[in-house]
Design a protein around this ligand. Sequence first.
Ligand code: AP5
Ligand code: ZN
Length: 217
Amino acid sequence: MRIVLVGPPGAGKGTQAAYLAKNLAIPHISTGDLFRANISQGTELGLRAKAFMDAGNLVPDEITIGMAQDRMNQPDAERGFLLDGFPRNVSQAEALDEALKRDGVRLDAVLDLEVPEDEVVKRIAGRRICRKDSSHVFHVTYSPPKQEGVCDVCGGDLYQREDDSEDTVRKRLEVYHSQTEPIIDYYKAQELVVTISALGKVDEVTERAMAALQGDD
Ligand code: AP5
Ligand code: ZN
């Protein structure tokens, strides 16, 4: 399956993507995680992306699209993928459509996670990420690690993302409404969008998402 996950910052895209990708046996491709890995490895691409991310802006398309496509061209993504955080504007969606067309394949669904803004702010404020692997995500109240500040999965240090400060979150939400939300209409025109509520426990949301993707919601 080829799936795009959309939703505001803090909706739980990364959290859900980890479970959905496992259930569907497809790789989870997060452009945010790819940028953070590049930043922690000190690559040229990471250096270029960092200032945009810290300010809550989108990283320019000429950096993002190539990076996402390189990842989608890896052998493990040949039979499908779950995209998290890409595409994030209409021109990225158009570039993705062109690439898929070249490969003679198409998207199966665009899963839209709906969460009220006050909940998103609470989720982001309490989020803690593992320094060794940014796909290991915790929340100080909703999913606390067994030992404070330590990752349950790999023992790495937990930290708060630099772009999770209140001001930057406000900016990221503004960017989401102005630049990312329009892709929902873009994909509605292709009849690909399934919208679910992302409120409730993590496993309840996963169940809802699986039912929606299997068309029996
Ligand atoms: P990115 O990393 O994609 O960030 P985002 O879209 O803002 O989303 P988040 O990672 O903040 O949230 P999430 O929805 O994954 O929530 P999570 O599962 O962690 O992008 C960061 C930056 O990179 C962008 O601002 C941009 O600069 C750049 N970038 C990335 N892609 C780009 C692109 N395509 N083009 C240009 N620039 C790009 O959950 C949040 C918290 O809530 C966690 O603590 C979690 O434990 C908790 N939680 C999750 N689910 C639940 C639940 N059901 N109940 C209670 N708590 C929950
Ligand atoms: Zn970890």
